[in-house]
Design a protein around this ligand. Structure first.
Ligand SMILES: Cc1cc2nc3c(=O)[nH]c(=O)nc-3n(C[C@H](O)[C@H](O)[C@H](O)COP(=O)(O)O)c2cc1C
Length: 175
């Protein structure tokens, strides 16, 4: 199973294409969303694309097929890719915080974990964010580096999500 984690970035609409492409390529895909991600995009789209329940709440009654979703799903995952990854989720993972479904999944996973950051240049270049990205690299998580491109502010800069093709290729390397 490929797990796609989605966080609260404006770039999360691009996850639809990535998830759809993986499903077309016959991969079994499960999506995990943070609360912020669900303010940007509805889980219904991912449930429909994947045919699998979307996991988004560690305590949610009857929300999925799983008794303990973060453990059950992390045990089945051959790769977890967080696309897009906010500054917030990067910081939480770097610190070992486990206060939502995605951070619990990551900390219990034994499979490769890919992180595709997407944020405004000012956030991306902040020393705290750069330090947290380095911590993830030191723990052998794979960072799919963002590129220079159009940012939500209307300016061009570094922090634009890597291309869908790059991300798909990186995910497929682990399947
Ligand atoms: C319109 C809008 C766009 C945002 N885009 C980003 C983004 O691209 N990257 C980012 O790191 N945070 C972005 N944020 C801030 C995050 O949504 C916020 O830090 C949130 O707490 C992230 O939660 P999560 O990491 O649990 O998904 C954005 C917020 C808003 C209102």
């Amino acid at each position: 199973m490929i797990v796609i984690g989605i966080t609260g970035s404006i770039a999360c609409y691009k996850s639809c294409y990535i998830v759809n492409q993986l499903v077309k390529d016959k991969f079994d895909v499960t999506v995990a969303m943070t609360d912020s991600a669900m303010k940007f995009i509805s889980p219904i789209i991912f449930r429909s694309l994947t045919g699998n329940p979307v996991i988004h709440n560690i305590f949610g009654e009857g929300q999925s097929l799983y008794a303990v979703p973060h453990i059950d799903v992390s045990e089945k995952a051959e790769v977890i890719a967080i696309v897009p990854a906010t500054a917030n989720i990067i910081g939480k993972i770097a610190s070992g915080i486990c206060d939502d479904i995605l951070t619990c999944l990551v900390i219990s996973a034994k499979c490769p974990i890919l992180i595709a950051p997407a944020m405004h240049e000012n956030m991306y270049l902040n020393k705290a964010v750069q330090g947290n990205i380095q911590k993830l690299k030191d723990r052998n998580l794979d960072i799919i580096a963002p590129v220079k491109g159009h940012l939500v502010s209307g300016h061009r800069g570094i922090g634009h999500l890597a291309s869908e093709e790059t991300i798909l290729n990186e995910i497929k390397k682990h399947t």
